[in-house]
Design a binder for this molecule. Structure first.
Ligand code: AMP
Length: 188
């Protein structure tokens, strides 16, 4: 495998597209830490504080955590030494203003393309260790998918114009998708 010069990778896709599965595989393969804003917010939602309760409520409804708070939290995390040489980011940026704020935070952006129907099918089958989360109710999922089309699709255009968007068919097998991502981030 040829050397990959840059390691700031962003994963984009609707819920159920396989971002965390592929993000973790990629993280292991490249030795670059995986970071998920959804995970950060789920941890914050457990806190018995006013902000924790607020985050929980917003997440369970399927809405996005409003602007400035998200930016402050992500910025704070990325200051940690483990992310100095890069990261695989899942869940951010999700809006055009987040993408503009993120500026040179992304070297390569991977769009895991999965139809709404396929994502809904996968989410309804989640069980066992990877079981449905508290914020995975049908109405929250529908809300999140709707917000993806409205708010996150412009982010795809933004990165497409910058020439760093990599589109991947997310409906292949996990291994095939992983190989396809590796090939494309190497520029093959
Ligand atoms: P996820 O696990 O990426 O689906 O995120 C779960 C929830 O966390 C979302 O529905 C939002 O409420 C919140 N969240 C995650 N990332 C962001 C973000 N970039 N901006 C705003 N809210 C976010």
């Amino acid at each position: 495998m040829s050397k990959i010069e840059s390691m700031k990778i962003v994963l984009i896709g609707i819920q159920g597209a396989g971002k965390s599965t592929q993000g973790n595989l990629l993280s292991e393969k490249l030795g670059v830490p995986y970071l998920s804003t959804g995970h950060i917010f789920r941890e914050l939602a457990k806190e018995k504080t006013k902000f924790g309760r607020y985050v929980k409520e917003v997440m369970n409804a399927g809405y996005l955590i409003p602007g400035k708070k998200t930016l402050a939290i992500v910025t704070e995390y990325l200051k940690r030494p483990e992310y100095k040489d890069g990261y695989i980011m899942d869940g951010f940026p999700r809006t055009l203003s987040q993408a503009e704020f993120f500026k040179d935070g992304a070297d390569k952006v991977i769009y895991l393309k999965v139809s709404d129907d396929e994502a809904l099918k996968r989410l309804s089958f989640r069980n066992g260790d990877n079981g449905a989360r508290e914020d995975e109710t049908p109405s929250a999922i529908a809300k999140r998918i709707g917000l993806f089309h409205k708010l996150t699709e412009p982010v795809l255009d933004y990165y497409r114009e910058k020439g760093i968007l990599i589109e991947i068919d997310g409906e292949e097998t996990i291994e095939e998708i992983h190989q396809e991502i590796l090939k494309k981030i190497n520029g093959d």
